[in-house]
Design a protein around this ligand. Structure first.
Ligand code: PMP
Length: 305
């Protein structure tokens, strides 16, 4: 990942990919107190465009605010860095990773002289959960790890440290033969995947967990909007694991995961055990929007150049 050509935006400068390094005493590396974003740029007829750039930048700022990190750049500068990271690396389509982190100016939990640094990198990244699974659907299991409690790490922040919980859950799922984990909250209700929000379809209605202990997913918002426009009722509520067992369809959403069907949960087929018709329709619509194939909602796309 680090040994390649290209450019990374670091604190307002373009640094050669191989040289974009930090010191081993970087504070965020030690304690996980940092925030980040993951977003995608897609090829459209008008050129390469980032999907919901402003929404991601807004969340990056909200995350930083929650973690008490003072952003050293304006939102316009950050937006431009994202566009340029795609253009400067000559990418048609891309995954973009931005991160806000504390530097190596001090060590220890009490360090009070830390600089806030920002980086933006972009590279080509295919379907997060596998291209064939976008049609076939994935197999998931309930994690033995409880999702972060709302009063231990802050669930509205996309904070680096929150992902220890995600990685433990994902490692467990993968090592026991599943594609992804579904984490329950501390009361036993479905929260989210290790990097995705959950939706189920039951009797023609869509349900998704409230974002109490799940990230306020931007793809989740997109799906709610486009599903409602299609006439589906979308209900945000607590969902139990057995509601997912008896759902007609289920899918995950995320900027990386896009719209990924779930075909099996805890070894039980969901509905027919394959991608359901509502999932298929909304997934196709999502891909139409991100690729600029729809006449409406052009404001969701930011051309990179
Ligand atoms: N939950 C978690 C834990 C995530 O990491 C992500 C990916 N950012 C999501 C949900 C989905 O969020 P989004 O649609 O904004 O990518």
């Amino acid at each position: 990942m680090d040994d390649r050509d290209g450019w990374i935006w670091l604190d307002g400068q373009w640094v050669a990919w191989r040289d974009a390094k930090v010191h081993v005493l970087t504070h965020t590396l030690h304690y996980g107190c940092g925030v980040f974003e993951g977003l995608r740029a897609y090829k459209t007829d008008a050129g390469t465009a980032i999907f919901k750039l402003a929404e991601h930048t807004d969340r990056l700022y909200r995350s930083a605010h929650i973690m008490n990190m003072k952003m050293p750049f304006s939102k316009d500068e950050i937006n431009q860095a994202h566009r340029d990271a795609v253009a400067k690396n000559n990418l048609d389509s891309a995954y973009i990773r931005s991160m806000v982190f504390f530097g190596s100016e001090g060590m220890g939990l009490r360090a009070d002289n830390l600089k806030v640094h920002v980086m933006v990198a972009a590279w080509t990244w295919g379907a997060y959960l596998g291209a064939e699974n976008m049609e076939k659907g994935i197999r998931i299991r309930t994690s033995s790890y409880t999702r972060n409690h709302v009063n231990s790490t802050m669930c509205k922040a996309k904070a680096n440290g929150n992902y220890i919980n995600s990685i433990l859950a994902l490692q467990e799922a993968l090592s026991t033969g599943y594609d992804e984990a579904l984490l329950l909250d501390h009361e036993g209700f479905c929260a989210e995947g290790s990097g995705e929000n959950l939706f189920i379809v039951r009797n023609g209605k869509l349900y998704t967990p409230e974002t109490t202990s799940a990230l306020e997913g931007i793809t989740r918002d997109t799906l709610i909007t486009i599903a409602r426009e299609q006439g589906y009722e979308v209900i945000e509520k607590r969902i139990t694991r057995d509601e997912v067992y008896v759902a007609d369809e289920a899918f995950f959403t995320g900027s990386a995961a896009e719209v990924t069907p779930i075909r099996q949960y805890d070894n039980r087929d969901i509905g027919s055990g394959s991608r359901g018709p509502v999932t298929e329709k909304l997934q196709a619509l999502y891909f139409d929007y991100v690729h600029g194939r729809r006449a409406d909602r052009k404001e969701w796309l930011s051309l990179v150049s």
